[in-house]
Design a protein around this ligand. Structure first.
Ligand SMILES: Nc1ncnc2c1ncn2[C@@H]1O[C@H](COP(=O)(O)OP(=O)(O)O)[C@@H](O)[C@H]1O
Ligand SMILES: [Mg+2]
Length: 252
C-alpha cells in the first residue's frame, strides 16, 4: 500500500505517519517512510539515532545542481535519480527512511531544476512495485506530480477539531477534485470527546475513517525524544484499525 499523509501544519501528520509505519512494520511489512515536509522530523519521531545529522536531499545543492546539469537558464527536465535511493536511504528495525525535505513551489526565484530532481525521485519511489510506502508531507498536494499522486493508493488528511485544520482539509478536498483523484480520507487526531467528532463531521461533511485521541503519552514521548510509536497502546490500536480499513478499501 502507498499512503500519503497531508493536513495543516501541527495537526499530527508526522505523529500519525509514525503510528501507521509502526502498524505496518508490526504486520511484518517492509516499509519505506518518506519525509517530504519542509521541516522534516519523521526521523526523530521514529527514533533514528542520527536524526539530527540527516540532511534533506532538497538541501543538497551540489547534488541537485549536478543532476540537473544546470547551464544558464537551461536544465535537464528529466534528471537521473535511480542511484539516489540506495545512497540516501537510512534503515532501522525494518523501516527505511528517506528525507526529501521541501519541494519548494515555483514562482519568482523558481527552483524548477531542483524540483525536477525531487519530483523524479518521488515518482521513482512511489511507483516502485510491491512496497509499502508512507509519505509524510506538507499540506498541499499541488507539488506532487500527477503521476506520483496517481500512484498513491490512499490520500489521508489529518484533521483536528478546530476550524483552521478543517479549512486546510477542505482545500485538500477541492484540490483532489480538481486534479481528478478520489476524495481523500479524513483521519481525526487530537480528539477529546464526542463533541469533537461531531464538529469534524459537520464541518467537513465526511466521517473520519478512524479517530486518534488526544493522548498524554504522545506528548510525553515528544518531550523526552523517545520514539512516539512506542508510547501509547491506544494510539497503536487506532493505527492498526486504520491499516486494516485501508487494506479493505484497497480490495473494494
Ligand atoms: N494524538 C495526539 N495526542 C497528543 N499530542 C499529539 C497528538 N498528535 C500530535 N501531537 C503533538 O502535536 C505536535 C504536532 O504534531 P506533528 O505530528 O509534528 O504534526 P505535523 O506533522 O502535522 O506538523 C507534536 O508535538 C506532537 O507530539
Ligand atoms: Mg510533520
Amino acid at each position: 500500500m502507498k499512503i500519503a499523509v497531508t493536513g495543516k501544519g501541527g495537526v499530527g501528520k508526522t505523529t500519525v505517519s509514525a503510528f501507521i509505519i509502526d502498524a505496518l512494520r508490526r504486520k511484518g511489512r517492509r516499509v519505506l517512510a518518506i519525509d517530504s515536509d519542509p521541516s522534516p522530523h519523521l526521523a526523530r519521531v521514529l527514533g533514528f539515532e542520527e536524526a539530527d545529522e540527516i540532511v534533506p536531499i532538497a538541501e543538497m545543492t551540489d547534488l541537485l545542481q549536478e543532476r540537473t546539469q544546470r547551464d544558464g537558464p537551461f536544465y535537464n527536465i528529466n534528471p537521473k535519480v535511480d542511484d539516489l535511493p540506495s545512497r540516501f536511504m537510512r534503515e532501522k528495525d525494518g523501516v527505511r527512511l528517506m528525507v526529501l525535505g521541501a519541494v519548494e513551489k515555483g514562482g519568482g526565484g523558481c527552483a524548477c531544476a531542483e524540483n525536477a530532481v525531487l519530483r523524479n525521485l518521488l515518482n521513482l519511489l512511489i511507483l516502485s512495485p510491491d512496497e509499502d510506502i508512507v509519505l509524510d508531507m506538507e499540506a498541499g498536494v499541488e507539488h506532487l506530480g500527477r503521476g506520483t499522486i496517481m500512484g498513491v493508493d490512499h490520500l489521508l488528511m489529518v484533521v483536528q477539531p478546530y476550524r483552521g485544520s478543517i479549512e486546510t482539509a477542505r482545500k485538500i478536498q477541492r484540490l483532489a477534485a480538481d486534479i481528478g483523484i478520489s476524495q481523500p480520507l479524513a483521519v481525526a487526531n487530537g480528539v477529546a470527546d464526542e463533541e469533537d467528532i461531531e464538529f469534524i463531521k459537520s464541518e467537513l461533511g465526511v466521517e473520519p475513517v478512524v479517530v486518534f485521541p488526544a493522548d498524554r503519552q504522545v506528548a510525553r514521548a515528544e518531550r523526552s525524544s523517545s520514539p512516539v510509536y512506542a508510547s501509547s497502546d491506544e494510539m497503536k490500536q487506532v493505527a492498526d484499525a486504520l491499516v486494516e480499513r485501508l487494506e479493505q478499501l484497497g480490495k473494494e
